[in-house]
Design a protein around this ligand. Structure first.
Ligand code: FES
Length: 149
């Protein structure tokens, strides 16, 4: 997470929440996870640096494609420690999702195709249906309880 600059523009939680389209409680939650940071005013109120909006946009976009908050936090940790993240920095950490997304797309296409076959079939066979028993490794060796004599 980048360090905080004194000359950065600071926003109140309500302003950040409204502009980011999230609840204030979401800001608190993300802060508790270490995804965003705030500072405290003299009156002990939270303020968020303006570029927190970009972090929130990154979090939401990543979540939309199925990336978990733990991985998002890991990616945010790769931003420069000092200074504001540049467009290049954001592009670099976004690129890291690409292989992951390609794998997911391939998996979903395979699931979709198998699903279409099963809709037309309806047998739910434990022997051959990829949805009834998708992880059946021993099925290729024969039928029944193969590990019990
Ligand atoms: S329902 Fe028949 S193969 Fe899946």
């Amino acid at each position: 997470m980048p360090q905080v600059h004194e000359d950065a523009i600071w926003l109140k939680p309500g302003q950040v929440a409204e502009r980011a389209g999230v609840a204030v409680s979401t800001l608190h939650y993300y802060e508790s996870l270490g995804l965003i940071r705030s500072r405290r005013t003299a009156g002990n109120r939270r303020e968020y640096r303006r570029d927190t909006l970009r972090v929130l946009a990154f979090v939401r976009a990543s979540q939309r494609v199925g990336i978990g908050l733990d991985r998002i936090k890991e990616a945010l940790g790769k931003l420069p420690e000092e200074g504001l993240p540049t467009k290049k920095d954001w592009a670099r950490i976004s690129r890291e999702w690409r292989d992951d997304l390609d794998d997911r797309i391939e998996h979903l296409v395979a699931l979709r195709d198998r699903f279409s076959n099963c809709i037309g079939c309806g047998c739910l066979s434990l022997k051959s249906c990829p949805y009834s028993n998708p992880d059946d490794i021993l099925g290729a060796d024969g039928h029944g309880a193969l590990r019990f004599p």
